[in-house]
Design a protein around this ligand. Structure first.
Ligand code: IDP
Ligand code: MG
Length: 140
């Protein structure tokens, strides 16, 4: 297994309910280290760019509205096998399908307000990290 970095977002439904610490604890308990973190309110342009791959999906506009509806916390996570490990601790996209103990099973409100984003591949992790952080802002 390799040391990896992945990109995480604590979404507006979680920041609104003051769950930044609770979500971060789940990530840290899974063996992931937060090596960069910033609280921001995404602009519409930023959210649209970030979710560009979903531009043709029926939920795209709602997703962009949701992601700009309140503050988010963007993070870089580092650890062994970090990309898959983060996806595992996040749980399934729809919280109804998420395994017990995962972030989405415990905290998500719905399939759209599902508390966290996590990169789904090494290539996307690199692209997503670069959208929000410069190399000197990441301190491992
Ligand atoms: P992921 O976040 O588990 O990787 P994706 O399929 O990449 O899931 O979808 C990105 C985000 O779009 C989801 O986290 C969720 O917020 C939203 N989303 C996905 N599918 C639906 C849907 O069917 N209805 C509404 N929102 C959805
Ligand atoms: Mg995804």
């Amino acid at each position: 297994m390799a040391m990896e970095r992945t990109f995480s977002i604590i979404k507006p439904d979680a920041t609104r309910r003051n769950l930044t610490g609770a979500v971060t604890k789940k990530l840290e308990d899974a063996g992931l280290s937060v090596v960069a973190s910033r609280r921001v309110k995404l602009t519409e342009a930023q959210a649209k760019k970030f979710y560009e791959v979903h531009a043709e999906r029926p939920f795209y506009n709602d997703l962009v509205s949701f992601m700009t509806s309140g503050p988010v916390v963007v993070q870089v996570l580092e650890g062994e096998n970090a990309i898959a490990k983060n996806r595992e601790v996040m749980g399934a996209t729809n919280p109804a399908d998420a395994d017990a103990g995962t972030i989405r099973a415990e905290f998500a409100e719905s399939i759209d307000a599902n508390s966290v984003h996590g990169s789904d591949s090494a290539e996307n992790a690199q692209i997503e990290i670069a959208q929000f952080f410069t190399e000197d802002e990441i301190v491992g």
